[in-house]
Design a protein around this ligand. Structure first.
Ligand code: SF4
Ligand code: SF4
Length: 442
């Protein structure tokens, strides 16, 4: 297959990264890439999606990623997953001998193993520079579900559904394949409902996820919905108030540097130093601007404030406030051309997932959440017009139109990052707003 043809298939079938920022997948492909990494590391605690999908769809994933490899002329494919994912490894090992260019990399149970920059280093030993993409070291990363979506696209099935793990304070933790736009609440009800009275919906994972309303909807990047008690440690940390956090930092940061010592990006040699940032921000130092500018290089993984800081301070939250205000003022990350060198003893400073779960008080929620084949039939879906990065194209439907599942409802824009969007259920279009198209099942 030609590269342009593959890119067209991916764009027209609406494929974006199934998690994280949801970067349009076609735009990652290039001829200069020598390595494709399949991310099956399942970065966040409690998530169960990619390893189970690999157990079920190893054959489809291997076949598809090898086709992508041949199309872009890459030398190798590496499937990166944790040693503990025994069943997924078995599923791969039963077929991998048919593919001489594909190998498996078994990773330790540490956080954040699935962070792209960390994953590239752990898998092939190359350091992606600060603010750069894996492409800069001739590498591209796709997660398991994204590759499965490419498999479907090659069989003329567009992206209309998403695998979502539902866990935490629910009767039965489960993973569903649901129409995009399904309300979170429908999924929780299918798990037997919430098991605490005062609950909070955490979407995306305990470390990097966000608190959302129970009637919000599944998007192309929703990996998990975790229900937690309103006074749970994770929720209290997520409800941080930056003004208060700044005052706490001024009075309580003892400059122990634990936040820096365990920062995954700092450990790879990136110029991010949360302890130094906390020092300048607490002292309102306006002469030394570098630590503020370096906030651009924080990945937002949350280790510094959810795990490392014994004083309960919030470096990530404050870094994020600065990052956003610098962006608003039109600043861009400073260019760093020097090669980054990982810190000595980096391996010893990685955070074991088990200890992270214990610190976050999540061990009791660390249960299996099997993929169930129950068909999810929401009465209504609200489909976002575009993701975080891609731009919406031309809307092809109007209120009152009848659509069938898989029908094209938005045609991608030209000359910008944009992908097609398809109806996830059959029904009537009842609303088109600036952000969503609503379809009611009939
Ligand atoms: S770990 Fe906490 S107290 Fe120590 S330097 Fe970092 S923010 Fe300050
Ligand atoms: S959130 Fe904290 S630990 Fe993570 S990259 Fe940013 S500064 Fe480092």
């Amino acid at each position: 297959m030609e590269l342009l043809e593959l890119k067209k298939i991916m764009q027209e079938n609406g494929i974006v990264g199934c998690g994280g920022a949801g970067f349009p997948s076609y735009a990652k492909l290039d001829n200069g890439i020598d390595t494709i990494i399949v991310n099956c590391a399942e970065c966040e605690p409690l998530l169960r999606l990619h390893r189970q999908l690999m157990e079920r769809k190893a054959s489809e994933v291997l076949k598809t990623v090898d086709l992508i490899r041949q199309t872009i002329g890459a030398k190798q494919v590496i499937i990166a997953l944790k040693t503990a994912y025994v069943k997924a490894i078995q599923a791969l090992e039963s077929q991998i001998d048919n593919y001489s260019s594909i190998s498996i990399k078994k990773l330790k149970e540490v956080y954040p193993a699935g962070d792209e920059v960390v994953l590239v280093y752990e898998t092939i030993g190359r350091v992606v520079g600060p603010g750069k993409l894996p492409k800069s070291v001739n590498c591209v990363i796709y997660n398991v579900e994204t590759i499965y979506n490419v498999y479907n696209a090659l069989h003329n099935i567009p992206v209309t559904h998403k695998y979502v793990t539902v866990g935490g304070e629910v009767k039965n933790s489960q993973t569903f394949y649901v129409p995009i736009g399904t309300p979170f609440k429908d999924l929780v009800d299918m798990c037997g409902g919430e098991t605490v009275e005062d609950y909070v919906y955490l979407v995306g994972g305990p470390m990097m996820g966000t608190i959302e309303h129970e009637f919000n909807h599944v998007t192309k990047t929703t990996n998990a919905v975790i229900i937690l008690p309103h006074d749970h440690y994770v929720i209290m940390r997520k409800r941080a108030n930056p003004k208060l956090d700044l005052r706490k930092a001024m009075s309580a940061c003892c400059q122990c540097s634990y936040c820096t010592d365990m920062c995954p990006r700092h450990l790879l040699g990136h110029p991010i130093d949360p302890a130094n940032f906390m020092r300048v921000v607490s002292n309102q130092d306006s002469i030394n601007v570098e630590p503020y500018l370096n906030s651009f290089y924080c990945s937002g993984c949350g280790l510094c404030e959810m795990y490392s800081c014994g004083q309960g301070l919030a470096p990530r939250t404050l870094l994020d406030v600065f990052k956003k205000s610098l962006r608003k003022d039109g600043l861009v990350p400073p260019k760093i051309e020097n090669e980054c060198k990982p810190i000595e003893n980096r391996e010893l400073r990685r955070v074991p997932l088990k200890r992270l779960r214990a610190r976050l008080d999540l061990e009791k929620y660390n249960k299996s959440a099997p993929i169930v084949d129950t068909k999810v039939n929401p009465k209504q879906v609200k489909i976002r017009l575009s993701g975080n990065i891609d731009k919406p194209g031309e809307i092809l439907v109007k209120v009152g139109d009848h659509v069938n599942e898989n029908d094209l409802i938005i045609k991608h824009a030209n000359n910008m990052l944009s992908v097609n969007l398809h109806a996830s259920i059959s029904g009537i279009v009842t609303e088109i707003s600036k952000r969503h198209i609503t379809i009611e099942s009939k």
